[in-house]
Design a protein. Structure first.
Length: 330
């Protein structure tokens, strides 16, 4: 981060659902076992687009979620395969590899049995990631400060750096703590990077990032979803379809940001002093390339960045008989 922001491509489960390899609803990454070549391809696409990190696809690959889809007996197999794929993808370029844990849906405040179960699930996943030799653990989409502290404790027990990202769906955490304060708490407990991922788009995450920057020292993370959230719908869970029904998740396409908006977010995040920048659920490689180019990078995929000077009607060599149609395009 001393040399500039770390770019982290996320949003694997949405992208793989869109490609037809993962079921919306459960969002369990069965694709790791059923089509590992597809996961590897997406890792490579994100790297070509400019990601500095390969995130192992172990999001929602914890015991609670796999139990829900009848795959609990393949828990270790899935996690180890996802880590193997991430390591394989990262090896040629030397990209960072992140082990990945997330909210468990098992946590309940002031419930020691629930806390023990969360700790057990995190210990399993972080243990396998440590054995695989990951560079750090990304704990994300966490909504309770109590659960984040358990995640951090487990990560620290394995001696790994910790990026702890909350999902700021509501105005406060589910245990009633303001988001900047939540980050301050986990930072004081030793998290290496703190911040936010998912839920909010750039328009509603950047103001929260400004408050965070004033609250904590050291590296912060901003990883929004690529959707146009608003003051009335601060998180993509609250966006509506044109007819008024909920857009989450299959109706979200109409709310997409474009590449210029992704680039603008990256520049604004960097100006805040953000050290860990990415995009989450819904992001594709084209968004990540826009982020990378906005931060002054030229990844491999930039070879194919747009050049409309070569376009038949918008370019420099427009034939005279075609020019009459150009006004209609403006």
């Amino acid at each position: 981060m001393a040399a500039g922001p770390v770019i982290c491509a996320e949003g694997y489960v949405f992208e793989l659902e869109r490609r037809g390899y993962l079921q919306a609803g459960a969002y369990v990454p069965e694709v790791v076992l059923e089509h590992p070549e597809v996961v590897l391809q997406l890792h490579e696409e994100f790297l070509r687009a400019g990601s500095d990190v390969v995130v192992a696809l172990t999001y929602y690959a914890h015991r609670e979620k796999l139990r829900a889809v009848g795959l609990e007996n393949r828990l270790e197999e899935l996690n180890r395969k996802a880590l193997e794929l991430a390591k394989h993808a990262a090896a040629p370029s030397g990209a960072l590899v992140a082990g990945n844990i997330c909210n468990t849906w098992a946590y309940r405040p002031d419930d020691e049995a629930a806390a023990a179960e969360v700790r057990r699930q995190y210990t399993e996943q972080v243990g396998w990631a440590a054995e695989a030799g990951v560079d750090f653990i990304l704990a994300e989409t966490i909504e309770y400060v109590g659960e984040a502290l358990i995640a951090l404790e487990v990560i620290q027990s394995f001696g790994l750096p910790a990026v702890i990202n909350f999902s700021p769906i509501y105005e406060k955490s589910k245990d009633g703590i303001g988001w900047a304060e939540a980050c301050r708490i986990v930072k004081e407990h030793g998290a290496d990077v703190v911040g936010f991922n998912c839920a909010r788009g750039p328009a509603t995450l950047l103001p929260l990032g400004r408050r965070l920057r004033k609250t904590v020292d050291g590296p912060i993370a901003l990883v929004p979803v690529p959707y146009r959230t608003t003051a009335d719908a601060i998180s993509f869970q609250f966006l509506k379809r044109r007819g008024g029904s909920s857009a989450y998740t299959l109706g979200l396409d109409q709310h997409y940001i474009d590449r210029d908006e992704a680039a603008d977010f990256a520049r604004r995040a960097e100006a805040l002093g953000t050290g860990f920048i990415g995009l989450c659920c819904g992001a594709g490689p084209h968004h990540i390339r826009a982020v990378a180019e906005a931060l002054g990078r030229r990844p491999a995929a930039s070879r194919y960045s747009a050049d409309f000077s070569r376009h038949g009607l918008l370019g420099k060599q427009v034939k005279s008989h075609e020019k009459q149609f150009l006004e209609l395009w403006k």
